[in-house]
Design a protein around this ligand. Structure first.
Ligand SMILES: Cc1cc2nc3c(=O)[nH]c(=O)nc-3n(C[C@H](O)[C@H](O)[C@H](O)COP(=O)(O)O)c2cc1C
Length: 198
């Protein structure tokens, strides 16, 4: 898949097929994240990959947002829940050594996350980035040392839905139609891209 096509066709996927995601693919996604840009090449991010079936429900219990909505509102049936997770961690010791401000580190989290998403997509895997999660509980469950902060959680699996992006007519509120299809209004290019002057 071409990069432009991948970037423009990507949608957050919250319903997944009942099919495991191999560690090899997940590791490849993290490798794409690892090589994302970082300020002064600081590389303060680390990752936890989870695809153990016993662990999946414990992870799902500790995330939030639309991925936890009931099925009629676009959330997954139990069989369609995420089949893998990738946590992006900030190593706060390396962050302090780098002296990098947190907003810059969060940009790096975003860049690494998008690399993960695009690498996943190339392998037929859908992703939803999730910022609503219980960080303390995840750290406890996954035995993550104190010096790490969980920056973002990515849920992954083979897509079992096909959300559509469409031009916003004003509202940007995501909605689900009677067939269960998620509609994602996007602001129009001509409304947000300014050329040579604002
Ligand atoms: C920083 C960030 C945090 C997000 N947090 C959540 C979340 O906690 N739960 C969730 O279901 N989706 C979450 N999302 C996914 C957004 O809801 C989704 O990107 C948005 O609705 C646009 O849809 P699209 O990704 O298909 O373009 C998050 C996305 C981003 C970029």
């Amino acid at each position: 898949m071409e990069v432009y096509e991948a970037a423009t066709k990507r949608r957050s996927i919250r319903r997944y097929k009942d099919k495991q995601v191999s560690y090899d693919i997940l590791e490849k996604c993290v490798n794409a994240g690892r090589l994302a840009p970082s300020g002064r090449n600081n590389q303060v991010l680390e990752y936890v990959i989870i695809n153990d079936e016993q662990m999946l429900p414990r992870m799902y219990d500790n995330i939030g947002g639309s991925i936890k909505l009931p099925p009629e509102k676009g959330g997954p049936l139990p069989a369609n829940r995420p089949k893998a997770y990738i946590l992006v961690l900030i190593n706060t010791e390396l962050e302090a050594e780098a002296g990098a401000p947190r907003p810059g580190i969060m940009c790096e989290v975003g860049m690494a996350s998008e690399n993960i998403i695009l690498a996943a997509q190339e392998n037929g895997i859908g992703v939803c980035p999730v910022m609503m999660f219980n960080a303390d509980e995840m750290k406890r469950i996954l035995q993550i040392p104190d010096k790490y902060e969980v920056a973002i959680v990515m849920t992954l699996g083979y897509p079992d839905e096909s959300p559509v992006a469409e031009e916003s007519t004003g509202s940007v509120e995501v909605w689900v139609d009677s067939q269960g299809v998620r509609h994602v209004p996007k602001r129009r290019l001509k409304d947000i891209a300014h050329h040579n002057k604002f």
